[in-house]
Design a protein around this ligand. Structure first.
Ligand code: GLC
Length: 475
């Protein structure tokens, strides 16, 4: 059994904006379930609700030194799903709207990482492994080996750094090295990349092990096409890089129990998925019709999620006699595109330009084909949730989508695979895959067989938790 501390900027249900928040909660819970002592530490944002604050206990109060600054820091803690969560409290840095995107994010997360390491002896938890996630936690790995290198209490800690998305590296102007990060000029080469400070790069070169969230993405980011400029650094560090696919939270994403659904269902209760489809068509004011396939997109509306392909393919898609429901917000050009598409095709299209978890659940439950054409995808969770809710995924064959969705095929002894993939990143290739999926869907018997198969596919954390367990033992 290892003591592991997850360091990261978000965790559901306290404060989250994306998949990182899911993993920061569901992976530690899975690790605790197999006997590790995995705990989590994150900032106490204003967004953390009163119901959680009421459960917290104050475990330490101290000052954090960051360059010339001395700042108050409180550590509060609570237990959830067998996991101990610690929250770093500082009103000035975290008592603000939103999680990221503030002018002083470098200073905020430098403070957070200093606070984490300063806290360890004071909260009575010295982990064997410090497991930092994404650029916001990168400095925890760096400070462990620099400012805290001579700290005897922390000297046995090993470090793992996980890249959830290489597109977000934490790049800042070079002049913050001493004044904000509190690091000596001799650390310049560790921190700099291409003339700016790059926190992700610094963690990659410093951590004992580096992981990312699928094996395919681990290969991809070592190439210029996917490396976002860090491919050479990753190739140099390939000896300590590994891809471990994410799982999903089987308690939270369970169509048999999901409280957001009007009718809960399992792989066995066939008609119930259709009831969810009817309910969603009613809720959204679309024509109620079982025979019209319902296509869904649930995504941040960003180009790299493949929304440009969906936009380009939309007209041809709608000629296929389908309904299309889009949920998400993001780039204004996509928000307005999908609003217009709905205005032009009120009988076929609904564009819900918002972030709504309960509606997302109802869409997964109602959906026939789930579209996820991401240009790149480190792991992706939605395609696994969709599968569990009986929605057939149509995905671009990259990253975690490639690793989790195997191509549908009919053989002599039954079917293999669980979805439809396309190789070339183009609207035409997406359309071909959708048409193939529609052909399958229009055959009720094959549709039911595939549906029941994908609902039973194991996307839980079990296997990957065991891989992390081995990693922690060896690091
Ligand atoms: C990021 C990635 C996504 C991944 C998630 C959790 O949001 O973009 O692909 O599933 O992190 O690791």
């Amino acid at each position: 059994m290892k003591k592991v501390l997850f360091v990261g900027a978000e965790a559901v249900p306290f404060a989250a904006t994306g998949g990182l928040g899911d993993v920061m909660a569901s992976l530690p819970a899975a690790l605790c379930a197999v006997g590790e002592d995995a705990r989590v530490i994150l900032p106490l944002y204003r967004a953390v609700g009163a119901e959680w604050r009421a459960q917290m206990q104050e475990v330490a109060v101290f000052e954090v030194t960051l360059a010339w600054r001395r700042q108050y820091c409180g550590i509060r803690s609570l237990q959830k799903d067998g996991v101990t969560y610690y929250f770093v409290d500082n009103e000035y840095y975290f008592g603000r709207e939103g999680l990221y995107g503030h002018f002083d994010d470098a200073e905020r997360y430098a403070f957070f990482c200093m606070a984490v390491l300063t806290a360890l002896p004071r909260i009575g938890f010295i982990p064997d492994v410090l497991h930092a996630h994404d650029w916001q936690a990168a400095l925890a790995v760096v400070y462990l080996r620099t400012l805290f290198a001579k700290n005897v209490a922390l000297s046995g800690i090993r470090s793992v750094f996980t890249i959830h998305n290489i597109a977000y590296q934490g790049r800042f102007s070079g002049d913050i090295l001493g004044d904000v990060l509190g690091l000596d000029g001799s650390e310049r080469s560790r921190m700099d990349f291409g003339g700016v400070i790059n926190l992700m790069k610094a963690a990659i070169v410093t951590a004992d092990r580096v992981t990312t969230v699928s094996p395919r993405y681990a290969e991809e980011i070592c190439t210029p096409a996917f490396g976002e400029g860090l491919d050479a650094i990753l190739r140099e560090n390939a000896y300590k890089l590994e891809g471990i696919v994410n799982g999903i939270d089987y308690v939270r994403y369970d169509p048999a129990k999901d409280p957001a659904l009007s009718r809960n269902f399992t792989a066995r209760s066939k008609g119930r998925k259709a009831e969810n489809k009817t309910a969603l068509q009613r809720e959204l004011g679309l024509p109620v019709d079982h025979e019209v396939p319902l296509l869904c997109v649930i995504s941040r509306l960003a180009a790299h999620k493949g929304l440009d392909l969906v936009a380009e393919a939309a007209k041809a898609l709608l000629e296929e006699n389908v309904q299309l429901v889009v949920l998400g917000c993001g780039e204004p050009r996509f928000e307005s595109f999908f609003r217009h598409l709905e205005a032009e095709h009120p009988q076929r299209v609904r564009s819900c330009i918002c972030y709504d978890r309960a509606l997302a659940s109802r869409m997964y439950a109602a959906c026939d084909l789930f579209l996820m054409p991401s240009a790149s995808e480190p792991c992706g969770l939605s395609q696994m949730i969709a599968s569990r809710y009986g929605a057939i995924p149509v995905v671009h064959a990259v990253g975690g989508l490639f690793d989790t969705i195997k191509p549908y095929a009919e053989g002599t002894d039954g079917i293999t695979g669980g979805g439809f993939l396309f190789e070339e990143y183009s609207a035409a290739a997406l359309l071909d895959a959708v048409r193939a999926a529609l052909a399958l869907w229009r055959d009720p018997e094959k549709r039911e067989t595939l549906r029941s198969k994908i609902m039973r596919t194991d996307f839980s954390w079990g296997r990957s938790a065991a891989i992390y367990h081995r990693l922690y033992a060896l690091v």
